[in-house]
Design a protein around this ligand. Sequence first.
Ligand code: IGP
Length: 248
Amino acid sequence: MVRFLTGWLKDVVNNAYNRPYVHKIRDKPIYSLIEAIRKAKEENKNPIIAEYKRASPSGFSADRDPIEYAKEMESSGAVGISVLTEDKFFSGSYDYLFAISHNVKIPVLMKDFIVSERQIDNAYNLGADSILLIVRILTERELESLILYARSYRLEPLVEIFDEKELEIALNAGAKIIGVNSRDLLTFAIGQERVKRVLQKIPSNIIRVAESGITSREQIEELKKYGADAFLIGSSLMKEPSKIKELI
Ligand SMILES: O=P(O)(O)OC[C@@H](O)[C@@H](O)c1c[nH]c2ccccc12
Protein backbone atom coordinates (compact mmCIF):
# COMPACT_ATOMS: atom_id res chain seq x y z
CA MET A 1 0.00 0.00 0.00
CA VAL A 2 1.25 3.47 -0.81
CA ARG A 3 0.86 6.07 1.88
CA PHE A 4 -1.70 8.64 0.76
CA LEU A 5 -2.79 10.99 3.48
CA THR A 6 -5.53 13.57 3.74
CA GLY A 7 -6.99 15.80 6.43
CA TRP A 8 -5.34 16.18 9.80
CA LEU A 9 -3.34 12.97 9.28
CA LYS A 10 -1.34 14.73 6.59
CA ASP A 11 -0.55 17.60 8.99
CA VAL A 12 0.34 15.32 11.88
CA VAL A 13 2.77 13.35 9.70
CA ASN A 14 4.34 16.53 8.30
CA ASN A 15 4.86 17.72 11.84
CA ALA A 16 6.38 14.34 12.78
CA TYR A 17 9.09 14.71 10.14
CA ASN A 18 10.12 17.98 11.74
CA ARG A 19 10.52 16.79 15.32
CA PRO A 20 13.97 17.63 16.67
CA TYR A 21 16.61 15.14 17.70
CA VAL A 22 16.81 14.87 21.50
CA HIS A 23 20.33 14.93 22.90
CA LYS A 24 20.11 12.47 25.75
CA ILE A 25 21.77 9.16 26.52
CA ARG A 26 19.58 6.29 27.69
CA ASP A 27 20.31 5.48 31.31
CA LYS A 28 17.81 2.77 32.19
CA PRO A 29 17.15 -0.90 31.33
CA ILE A 30 14.51 -2.09 28.86
CA TYR A 31 11.34 -3.69 30.23
CA SER A 32 9.60 -6.03 27.79
CA LEU A 33 5.95 -5.22 27.16
CA ILE A 34 5.31 -8.68 25.71
CA GLU A 35 6.70 -10.37 28.84
CA ALA A 36 4.69 -8.07 31.10
CA ILE A 37 1.48 -8.98 29.23
CA ARG A 38 2.25 -12.72 29.42
CA LYS A 39 2.96 -12.49 33.14
CA ALA A 40 -0.28 -10.64 33.89
CA LYS A 41 -2.24 -13.24 31.93
CA GLU A 42 -0.60 -16.06 33.90
CA GLU A 43 -1.66 -14.30 37.09
CA ASN A 44 -5.22 -14.07 35.75
CA LYS A 45 -5.17 -10.27 35.63
CA ASN A 46 -6.43 -8.24 32.70
CA PRO A 47 -3.32 -6.76 31.05
CA ILE A 48 -4.00 -3.03 30.85
CA ILE A 49 -1.75 -0.50 29.19
CA ALA A 50 -2.76 2.82 30.72
CA GLU A 51 -2.30 5.84 28.50
CA TYR A 52 -1.18 9.31 29.53
CA LYS A 53 -3.03 11.57 27.10
CA ARG A 54 -3.80 15.22 27.83
CA ALA A 55 -5.79 15.98 24.70
CA SER A 56 -6.83 14.52 21.38
CA PRO A 57 -8.21 15.93 18.11
CA SER A 58 -11.49 14.13 18.81
CA GLY A 59 -12.10 16.76 21.51
CA PHE A 60 -10.87 15.00 24.63
CA SER A 61 -8.92 16.90 27.26
CA ALA A 62 -7.68 16.16 30.78
CA ASP A 63 -5.13 17.81 33.02
CA ARG A 64 -3.19 15.49 35.28
CA ASP A 65 0.31 15.24 36.71
CA PRO A 66 2.20 12.68 34.57
CA ILE A 67 4.31 11.16 37.34
CA GLU A 68 1.46 10.89 39.82
CA TYR A 69 -0.76 9.25 37.19
CA ALA A 70 1.93 6.80 36.06
CA LYS A 71 2.77 5.78 39.62
CA GLU A 72 -0.89 5.19 40.42
CA MET A 73 -1.24 3.00 37.31
CA GLU A 74 1.90 1.06 38.25
CA SER A 75 0.85 0.44 41.83
CA SER A 76 -2.63 -0.62 40.66
CA GLY A 77 -1.10 -3.30 38.43
CA ALA A 78 -1.06 -1.84 34.90
CA VAL A 79 1.27 -3.85 32.61
CA GLY A 80 2.60 -0.69 31.01
CA ILE A 81 2.12 3.01 30.39
CA SER A 82 1.56 4.55 26.97
CA VAL A 83 2.68 8.17 26.76
CA LEU A 84 1.50 10.51 24.02
CA THR A 85 4.46 12.55 22.79
CA GLU A 86 2.77 14.11 19.75
CA ASP A 87 2.72 17.83 20.46
CA LYS A 88 0.53 19.53 17.89
CA PHE A 89 -2.72 17.58 18.11
CA PHE A 90 -2.38 15.62 21.38
CA SER A 91 -0.60 18.17 23.61
CA GLY A 92 2.00 15.50 24.28
CA SER A 93 5.68 16.06 24.98
CA TYR A 94 9.00 14.23 25.14
CA ASP A 95 9.29 15.63 28.67
CA TYR A 96 6.30 13.54 29.81
CA LEU A 97 7.92 10.43 28.33
CA PHE A 98 11.21 11.09 30.11
CA ALA A 99 9.50 11.90 33.40
CA ILE A 100 7.30 8.80 33.32
CA SER A 101 9.94 6.35 32.10
CA HIS A 102 12.24 7.49 34.91
CA ASN A 103 9.65 7.12 37.64
CA VAL A 104 8.14 3.69 37.04
CA LYS A 105 9.61 0.22 36.61
CA ILE A 106 7.11 -1.12 34.09
CA PRO A 107 7.30 -0.93 30.27
CA VAL A 108 6.62 2.50 28.75
CA LEU A 109 5.40 2.90 25.19
CA MET A 110 6.09 6.04 23.16
CA LYS A 111 2.81 6.89 21.45
CA ASP A 112 3.41 9.09 18.45
CA PHE A 113 3.05 9.25 14.69
CA ILE A 114 6.40 7.67 13.96
CA VAL A 115 7.69 8.03 10.42
CA SER A 116 11.43 8.45 10.91
CA GLU A 117 14.38 6.72 12.51
CA ARG A 118 15.14 9.91 14.41
CA GLN A 119 11.89 9.56 16.35
CA ILE A 120 12.93 6.03 17.31
CA ASP A 121 16.34 7.31 18.43
CA ASN A 122 14.43 9.73 20.64
CA ALA A 123 12.17 7.00 22.04
CA TYR A 124 15.18 4.92 23.02
CA ASN A 125 17.19 7.79 24.44
CA LEU A 126 14.24 9.09 26.47
CA GLY A 127 13.74 5.69 28.10
CA ALA A 128 10.82 4.17 26.18
CA ASP A 129 10.56 0.36 26.06
CA SER A 130 8.30 0.14 23.04
CA ILE A 131 6.98 2.40 20.29
CA LEU A 132 3.80 2.58 18.25
CA LEU A 133 3.96 2.09 14.49
CA ILE A 134 0.73 2.91 12.64
CA VAL A 135 0.21 0.96 9.42
CA ARG A 136 -2.20 3.63 8.07
CA ILE A 137 0.52 6.29 7.79
CA LEU A 138 3.43 4.18 6.49
CA THR A 139 4.31 2.46 3.25
CA GLU A 140 4.96 -1.26 3.60
CA ARG A 141 8.65 -0.73 3.09
CA GLU A 142 8.78 2.01 5.73
CA LEU A 143 6.92 -0.21 8.18
CA GLU A 144 9.31 -3.11 7.68
CA SER A 145 12.35 -0.93 7.97
CA LEU A 146 11.12 0.94 11.09
CA ILE A 147 10.30 -2.39 12.80
CA LEU A 148 13.87 -3.54 12.21
CA TYR A 149 15.28 -0.20 13.29
CA ALA A 150 13.34 -0.34 16.57
CA ARG A 151 14.53 -3.91 17.16
CA SER A 152 18.13 -2.80 16.69
CA TYR A 153 17.55 -1.03 20.03
CA ARG A 154 15.67 -4.08 21.39
CA LEU A 155 12.42 -2.11 21.34
CA GLU A 156 9.59 -4.34 20.10
CA PRO A 157 7.06 -2.10 18.33
CA LEU A 158 3.31 -2.28 18.80
CA VAL A 159 1.97 -2.26 15.24
CA GLU A 160 -1.44 -0.61 14.93
CA ILE A 161 -3.97 -1.75 12.37
CA PHE A 162 -7.52 -0.85 11.34
CA ASP A 163 -8.83 -3.74 9.25
CA GLU A 164 -7.99 -7.08 7.58
CA LYS A 165 -5.99 -5.42 4.82
CA GLU A 166 -3.73 -3.72 7.34
CA LEU A 167 -3.51 -6.96 9.33
CA GLU A 168 -1.98 -8.64 6.31
CA ILE A 169 0.55 -5.83 5.97
CA ALA A 170 1.47 -6.03 9.67
CA LEU A 171 1.91 -9.82 9.48
CA ASN A 172 4.02 -9.59 6.33
CA ALA A 173 6.23 -7.04 8.05
CA GLY A 174 6.81 -9.49 10.92
CA ALA A 175 4.94 -7.71 13.74
CA LYS A 176 4.93 -9.65 17.04
CA ILE A 177 2.47 -7.42 18.88
CA ILE A 178 -0.49 -5.98 17.01
CA GLY A 179 -3.07 -3.45 18.18
CA VAL A 180 -6.48 -3.09 16.57
CA ASN A 181 -7.69 0.49 16.94
CA SER A 182 -11.43 0.79 17.38
CA ARG A 183 -11.16 4.47 16.48
CA ASP A 184 -10.94 5.41 12.82
CA LEU A 185 -8.01 7.85 12.74
CA LEU A 186 -9.65 9.99 10.07
CA THR A 187 -13.25 10.22 11.27
CA PHE A 188 -12.71 9.36 14.99
CA ALA A 189 -15.70 7.01 14.80
CA ILE A 190 -15.51 3.99 17.15
CA GLY A 191 -16.09 0.55 15.60
CA GLN A 192 -16.10 -2.20 18.25
CA GLU A 193 -17.65 -4.77 15.89
CA ARG A 194 -14.80 -4.30 13.41
CA VAL A 195 -12.30 -4.72 16.26
CA LYS A 196 -13.86 -8.06 17.29
CA ARG A 197 -13.90 -9.28 13.69
CA VAL A 198 -10.26 -8.35 13.08
CA LEU A 199 -8.98 -9.59 16.48
CA GLN A 200 -10.30 -13.06 15.69
CA LYS A 201 -8.19 -13.18 12.56
CA ILE A 202 -4.86 -12.48 14.26
CA PRO A 203 -2.82 -15.66 14.78
CA SER A 204 -2.64 -16.62 18.46
CA ASN A 205 1.19 -16.63 18.58
CA ILE A 206 0.96 -12.84 18.24
CA ILE A 207 0.07 -10.58 21.15
CA ARG A 208 -3.27 -8.96 20.36
CA VAL A 209 -4.11 -5.56 21.83
CA ALA A 210 -7.56 -3.96 21.76
CA GLU A 211 -7.19 -0.18 21.51
CA SER A 212 -9.49 2.78 22.22
CA GLY A 213 -12.99 3.37 23.48
CA ILE A 214 -12.76 0.94 26.39
CA THR A 215 -14.63 2.07 29.51
CA SER A 216 -15.89 -1.02 31.33
CA ARG A 217 -14.98 -4.43 32.67
CA GLU A 218 -17.83 -5.99 30.61
CA GLN A 219 -16.27 -4.65 27.42
CA ILE A 220 -12.91 -6.16 28.38
CA GLU A 221 -14.47 -9.57 29.08
CA GLU A 222 -16.27 -9.41 25.74
CA LEU A 223 -13.08 -8.49 23.82
CA LYS A 224 -11.25 -11.38 25.49
CA LYS A 225 -13.71 -13.80 23.86
CA TYR A 226 -12.44 -12.55 20.50
CA GLY A 227 -8.82 -13.15 21.40
CA ALA A 228 -7.67 -9.84 22.92
CA ASP A 229 -4.61 -10.37 25.16
CA ALA A 230 -4.25 -6.77 26.34
CA PHE A 231 -6.16 -3.48 26.46
CA LEU A 232 -4.96 0.04 25.71
CA ILE A 233 -7.01 2.54 27.67
CA GLY A 234 -6.56 6.31 27.69
CA SER A 235 -9.53 8.65 28.07
CA SER A 236 -11.49 6.77 30.72
CA LEU A 237 -8.42 6.37 32.98
CA MET A 238 -7.32 9.98 32.47
CA LYS A 239 -10.79 11.06 33.61
CA GLU A 240 -10.90 8.64 36.54
CA PRO A 241 -7.59 6.88 37.34
CA SER A 242 -9.01 4.83 40.23
CA LYS A 243 -11.21 3.01 37.71
CA ILE A 244 -8.23 0.84 36.79
CA LYS A 245 -8.85 -1.32 39.87
CA GLU A 246 -12.22 -2.57 38.62
CA LEU A 247 -10.88 -3.08 35.06
CA ILE A 248 -7.94 -5.27 36.09
O1 IGP B 1 -8.58 7.23 24.88
P1 IGP B 1 -8.96 5.86 24.44
O2 IGP B 1 -10.24 5.85 23.64
O3 IGP B 1 -9.00 4.90 25.59
O4 IGP B 1 -7.80 5.37 23.41
C1 IGP B 1 -6.48 5.14 23.81
C2 IGP B 1 -5.60 4.88 22.58
O5 IGP B 1 -6.02 3.68 21.99
C3 IGP B 1 -5.68 6.03 21.58
O6 IGP B 1 -5.21 7.18 22.21
C4 IGP B 1 -4.90 5.79 20.29
C5 IGP B 1 -4.87 4.62 19.60
N1 IGP B 1 -4.08 4.75 18.51
C6 IGP B 1 -3.58 5.99 18.46
C7 IGP B 1 -2.70 6.56 17.56
C8 IGP B 1 -2.29 7.86 17.78
C9 IGP B 1 -2.80 8.59 18.86
C10 IGP B 1 -3.67 8.01 19.77
C11 IGP B 1 -4.07 6.71 19.59
